[in-house]
Design a protein around this ligand. Structure first.
Ligand SMILES: [Zn+2]
Length: 451
């Protein structure tokens, strides 16, 4: 209806998206699947099977990856791109490709520091399934980073070749030389991962450990993601403890070093995560895994970091429970509903920030009022919000544009339509875009439908 369209258009214009024109609604197609101009259709998900031996002393991972990937496009693919995120996450980190084959045959591939490109001849036809095997070595440097080892703790994100996502008909790569933000993103896939570590190391991962057994001097861990995940990360340390959260439908486990210096906060972290999981399930819809994991690890530049089924909370940053709430919110806005964090970083960060405020509105009203007035005081320049990660010159500019700008987008919308309608809308996004990606253009089209 015109007035609704006008309302939303006004909002969008006021937030600096004036250059963006609504595209006509797509054909209804199959149920909730909005068609895409790039010929994408609802996927049967890819599946990764990864086997990796990690030696924490040398920081070397020796891995083998098997990916089955049904071509979800209506056209043939002449190449498949994998991203190699390691270099973007830590100085000195690197993924080296040792061997690769496609459909059991050797094919030509090109590898640079941050990507691996298989040239497919013949091309992969629509709905044909590719089987790719890759052998790789990953160097994990001695740094307190998302991919690093520091004071006995091992942080393993971005450690294996991961299929690049496609937008607008092209593979999206890794953003290099940015000390802030999320330098890559990925689409949802099933994961089965076998990890081999020295005996005595405890692992906590984005999957559920379904089998752990000793083999000689090693321990072999088998993980499954239960439902699709956008990536598989883990953390490990010698003599780590597992602490279990309050019993519930989702098993909450925190892992870390006893000497991490945050012992008194473990209870707060677990209790906050439990409340946030319950709250967001009630407001946005189910969290479909039986586990939620928290690793207390040293991260020099970050207070926390989200992965599917797993969050990192830094032992080097000043602790605030709101970091836990923010990272739990990302399970909905990043993992369940994927976004393009490289080109549209305000989408998942804005939603995670809005969700955090919403949590405090119900759980700590005085803190909520404080945070809200601080948020309003930031007066984010709306023109600054809708930029790609590469376009932000500094971490501060990124935070103002992406976090503050993204948050004010949702607060403004809430002022116009009310909390109840906004939550109904967000629950619908959670349902309709589950394990898919919500691009800005999808969001703008969906906003038109708000009653
Ligand atoms: Zn975030």
């Amino acid at each position: 209806m015109v007035n609704k369209v006008l309302l939303i258009l006004t909002l969008v214009l006021s937030l600096g998206l004036a250059f963006f024109f609504f595209r006509p609604a797509f054909m209804p197609g199959t149920g909730s699947e909005p068609g895409r101009k790039d010929g994408f259709r609802a996927p049967p998900y890819p599946e990764y099977r990864i086997e990796a031996r990690y030696d924490p002393r040398s920081g070397l991972i020796e891995g083998k990856l098997n990916l089955t990937y049904p071509n979800p496009y209506t056209f043939s693919l002449k190449e498949l791109q994998f991203n190699l995120p390691a270099k973007a996450l830590a100085t000195g980190a690197e993924i080296k490709i040792e061997a690769g084959n496609f459909q059991g045959r050797r094919v030509e591939y090109i590898t640079t520091g941050d990507k691996l490109l298989f040239l497919l001849d013949p091309p992969l036809r629509p709905q044909e399934t590719a089987e790719v095997n890759i052998e790789f070595h990953t160097k994990v440097p001695e740094v307190a980073a998302r991919l690093g080892r520091f004071r006995g703790a091992n942080m393993l994100a971005g450690w294996y070749p991961i299929l690049a996502p496609r937008t607008g008909g092209t593979w999206q790569g890794v953003v290099m030389d940015r000390g802030f933000g999320d330098p890559y993103f990925a689409d949802a896939a099933f994961y089965r991962v076998k990890l081999i570590l020295p005996t005595g190391y405890k692992v906590i991962a984005g999957g559920r450990a379904v089998d752990v057994r000793a083999e000689g001097r090693d321990q072999v861990w088998h993980f499954t993601g239960e439902q699709p995940l956008r990536e598989f990360s883990f953390a490990a340390g010698p003599g780590w403890r597992y602490i279990f959260g309050p019993p519930g439908k989702v098993e909450l486990v925190l892992a870390g070093d006893e000497g991490a210096g945050v012992a008194v906060q473990e209870g707060i972290i677990l209790a906050t995560a439990a409340r946030a999981l319950d709250f967001f399930q009630e407001k946005f819809g189910p969290y479909p895994y039986s586990y939620f994991h928290i690793a207390l690890v040293p991260l020099a530049e970050l207070a926390g970091m989200e992965y599917p089924g797993l969050i990192f909370i830094s032992t080097l940053a000043d602790f605030s429970p709101s970091v836990v709430v923010h990272e739990v919110a990302h399970q909905w806005w990043y993992n369940l509903v994927g976004t393009d964090q490289v080109n549209e970083p305000w989408m998942d960060e804005g939603l995670a920030e809005y969700s955090t405020l919403l949590f405090y509105r119900y759980h700590d009203p005085s803190l909520y009022r404080q945070r809200l007035s601080a948020a309003e005081g930031m007066a984010a320049d709306p023109m600054f919000m809708d930029r790609t990660l590469k376009d932000y010159p500094t971490a501060l500019a990124y935070r103002q544009g992406v976090y503050a700008g993204g948050r004010s987008f949702w607060l403004e919308l809430e002022k116009k339509i009310g909390e109840e309608k906004l939550l109904a809308f967000l629950s619908r996004l959670r349902r309709d875009y589950l394990f898919r990606r919500l691009q800005k253009e999808d969001l703008l089209r969906e906003l038109k439908s708000i009653e």
